[in-house]
Ligand binder design. Structure first.
Ligand SMILES: Nc1ncnc2c1ncn2[C@@H]1O[C@H](COP(=O)(O)OP(=O)(O)OP(=O)(O)O)[C@@H](O)[C@H]1O
Ligand SMILES: [Mg+2]
Length: 208
C-alpha cells in the first residue's frame, strides 16, 4: 500500500483561513476527508473543536460533523431530490441551527435566491458551487472544509465567490481550509500550504 501522507502537522485557529495547494493526486481531498472523519486513518491524531478522533465511534464522528463541520465537496454532493432552498436549509436543520433569515441572507449574498425552487440537476457548475457554500455556512460550523469551491468558476467569479466566502467565514468566525489550484484565490487566505510527497510546506512570499 502506498503511503500518501506522512509527518504532517496542521493547526487551524478559530476564524483562520488557510489555502491548501498541490498537484492533482497529491492527497488534498484525502486530507480533507481525514479531517472530516470520512476516511479511516492508519496513524496520527486529529482533533476538531476540542474533540479527538482517536478511538471515536462512527456515531460520535457523525455527530461532530453535524455540529461543527461544514463541508463543500469537490463534487458538491447536493441532494438531487431537494430544491435549492431545501438543500441550503438541510445541514442547518440537521445541526438544529436552522435560521430562516441566515439562509435568506446567504442566498442573497451569493446571488442564488432566484434559484430557490430549482432542482440541482438544472443548475450550472458555478451555481451548484454557490449552493454548496450557502448550505455549508447555513449550519454555522466551527470549521469549513472547502474542496476547490471555485473550480467551476472563471477567474473573476472565483475571486468574487472567495471574497464572499471569506467575508461570511470572518463574520461567523469559521475556520476555513480551502483547496485550490489558483494562486490568485490562495493569496486571499491568511496562509498558504503546499502538499507534496505527503508533506505540508508553508509558502511564504519568497517561495512564490
Ligand atoms: N478510494 C480510493 N482508493 C484508492 N486510491 C485512492 C482513493 N481515492 C483517492 N485515491 C488515490 O489517492 C491519491 C490522492 O487522491 P486525492 O483525491 O486525495 O488527490 P487530490 O490532491 O485531491 O487531487 P485533485 O487535485 O485531482 O482533486 C491519488 O493517487 C488517488 O488516485
Ligand atoms: Mg481533490
Amino acid at each position: 500500500m502506498r503511503r500518501l501522507l506522512s509527518e504532517l502537522a496542521l493547526e487551524l485557529a478559530q476564524g483562520e483561513c488557510i489555502a491548501l495547494m498541490g498537484d492533482s493526486g497529491c492527497g488534498k481531498t484525502t486530507l480533507l476527508n481525514l479531517i472530516a472523519g470520512l476516511e479511516p486513518m492508519q496513524q496520527g491524531k486529529i482533533q476538531v473543536a476540542g474533540f479527538s478522533f482517536n478511538g471515536a465511534s462512527e456515531a460520535q464522528l457523525s455527530k461532530l460533523r453535524k455540529q461543527h463541520l461544514g463541508i463543500i465537496f469537490q463534487q458538491f454532493n447536493l441532494l438531487s431530490s431537494l430544491t435549492v432552498r431545501d438543500n441550503i436549509e438541510f445541514s442547518a436543520r440537521l445541526a438544529n441551527r436552522f435560521d430562516a433569515n441566515l439562509c435568506l441572507r446567504l442566498a442573497t449574498e451569493l446571488g442564488i435566491k432566484p434559484l430557490f425552487d430549482r432542482l440541482p440537476a438544472t443548475l450550472s457548475g458555478g451555481e451548484m458551487q454557490r449552493v454548496a457554500i450557502a448550505r455549508a455556512l447555513a449550519a454555522r460550523p466551527k470549521l469549513l472544509l472547502a474542496d476547490e469551491p471555485t473550480g467551476d468558476l472563471d477567474d473573476n467569479n472565483s475571486i468574487k465567490v472567495v471574497t464572499q466566502l471569506l467575508r461570511l467565514a470572518n463574520f461567523q468566525q469559521v475556520g476555513l481550509l480551502l483547496v485550490t489550484h489558483s494562486k490568485r484565490v490562495a493569496r486571499r487566505m491568511d496562509k498558504i500550504y503546499r502538499l507534496s510527497e505527503g508533506k505540508l510546506t508553508l509558502l511564504t512570499d519568497e517561495s512564490d
